[in-house]
Design a protein around this ligand. Structure first.
Ligand SMILES: Nc1ncnc2c1ncn2[C@@H]1O[C@H](COP(=O)(O)OP(=O)(O)OP(=O)(O)O)[C@@H](O)[C@H]1O
Ligand SMILES: [Mg+2]
Length: 418
């Protein structure tokens, strides 16, 4: 059931599950408090919220950042966290709490790879950094990914975040967040901005385009761009193709229009309440190996990506890939730190079948036995002794670390869990 939104004085309360379809009611209510009633301090009360999701929360954070940073009569928001502890933690870890109410909530320190925080980017360097971080999280948390699938998700993340910088003119830049779901093999992401909105920028190049839903419909077509000197019109089209190929979903809210792709259907809806900027959410299913990669065919030319894996792990001097353990782990002391490293290493190995992977332990002084087992012991059992020896070349390892790895492998392969 959708949420209920109640206001009294400068207090705005959200009750129930807060979904994307509730966002326009939320922003309309906030507009009444700030623009019509003139409140410069508002309380956003999520104490009775029953569920909160990436898309709508990114839209809320954009709205608050826009209100706080406007030059005239800036608005401050105080956040009341959900009373459900699980949701309160989600608000803190996702960085929603900090973005809404930085005076009372510190920036998220969450280091995991499953629900990443909502991250702001304002220039191409920050955009590249955040996209790399998201791809890294996919490799660390989703076992057995196909290289083209990862490249297709990376491509879509790049395109949608690039659009914010190239087209949106958003005073606060963009916000992006991603979650991965290992068991259902899904990746969900949202990209939001507080800019001009897709229909407005489309109209700059196509004044004849008509109402907002027509502009949105055109924007996702192949080759349609506001300005052929700036773009080729591939970004939104390709992202929708990736969503289609993966049997996923995609939603765009912008100005007075909304686009929903779900259950194999594309629907456009006219909305009365204008939406500031653009929010795009996508849920991509990677359970059909390489289906996503297949989607990226423009014209009759299949696109071959230069992807994160290539730029991060490939070496100029040899055909082998280089996995620098010192750069890939948060610490070397626990299973928790080891699991994402093993998942990523296994992904790199299986994405590049036939190529050797040099695991370089240069600068890694010591690893714990549990880390050694989690990474090397379990990988040895998963690959089998012959393949482990053929594929991996462990270098730069001290005598102590070597004996720890050997011991972990011997124990793991002899254990009944092997
Ligand atoms: N975040 C955004 N804010 C405002 N307008 C946008 C945004 N994203 C897309 N648009 C509009 O939608 C149009 C289509 O976007 P799309 O990504 O498909 O193509 P492009 O960016 O023009 O070209 P390419 O992606 O090939 O570089 C853009 O030309 C622009 O007018
Ligand atoms: Mg684009």
């Amino acid at each position: 059931m959708a949420s209920r939104i109640e206001t009294s004085s400068n207090h705005l309360k959200v009750l129930g599950r807060f979904e994307l379809t509730d966002v326009r009611r939320f922003t309309a209510a906030l507009h009444i408090l700030t623009a019509r009633q003139g409140h410069e301090a508002v309380v956003l009360d999520f104490s009775d919220v029953g569920g909160a999701y990436l898309g709508p929360m990114a839209a809320v954070c954009v709205e608050i950042l826009m209100l706080r940073s406007r030059p005239v009569r800036p608005v401050n928001a105080r956040l009341v966290l959900p009373t459900q502890p699980r949701l309160a933690t989600l608000f803190r870890n996702s960085n929603w709490a900090h973005l809404i109410d930085p005076d009372n909530h510190r920036s998220s320190t969450y280091k995991g790879y499953v629900n990443l925080p909502l991250i702001r980017f304002q220039n191409p360097q920050e955009q590249k950094k955040v996209v790399d971080q998201l791809v890294d999280a996919i490799l660390c948390s989703m076992p057995v990914m196909d290289r083209l699938d990862v490249a297709a998700i990376e491509w879509a993340l790049n395109e949608v975040t690039d659009n914010v910088l190239v087209h949106a003119r958003s005073p606060i830049g963009g916000l992006v967040q991603m979650s991965t779901f290992k068991t259902t093999r899904r990746v969900e992401f949202v990209v939001a901005d507080g800019g001009a909105g897709i229909p407005s920028t489309m109209r700059e190049g196509h004044p004849e385009i008509g109402e907002d839903i027509r502009a949105l419909e055109q924007a996702v077509r192949e080759g349609v761009t506001r300005d052929p000197k700036v773009g080729q019109g591939n970004g939104l089209y390709g992202t929708l193709e990736v969503a289609r190929a993966s049997e996923g979903t995609m939603h765009i809210y912008s100005c007075k229009a909304r686009l929903d792709y779900e259950n194999h259907e594309l629907r456009l809806t006219r909305e009365d309440v204008p939406f500031r900027g653009t929010v795009l959410t996508a849920s991509l299913d990677s359970s059909n190996a390489a289906a996503l990669g297949e989607a990226l065919k423009f014209g009759d030319r299949k696109w071959i990506p230069l992807d994160y894996v290539e730029t991060r792990f490939e070496s100029d001097t040899s055909d082998a890939l280089i996995f620098r353990l010192g750069q890939e782990a948060e610490s070397f002391g626990s299973r928790v730190a080891g699991e994402p490293v093993r998942t990523k290493l296994a992904n790199i190995i299986q994405m590049n079948l036939g190529r050797r992977v040099i695991v370089d332990l240069e600068g890694v002084p010591l690893i714990s036995s549990s880390f050694a087992d989690e990474v090397f012991g379990k990988l040895f059992v998963a690959l089998g002794p012959l393949r482990f020896g053929q594929v991996l070349d462990i270098r730069g390892v001290s005598a102590t670390v070597r004996s720890l790895i050997d011991k972990a492998i011997v124990q793991r392969s002899g254990s009944k869990d092997a």
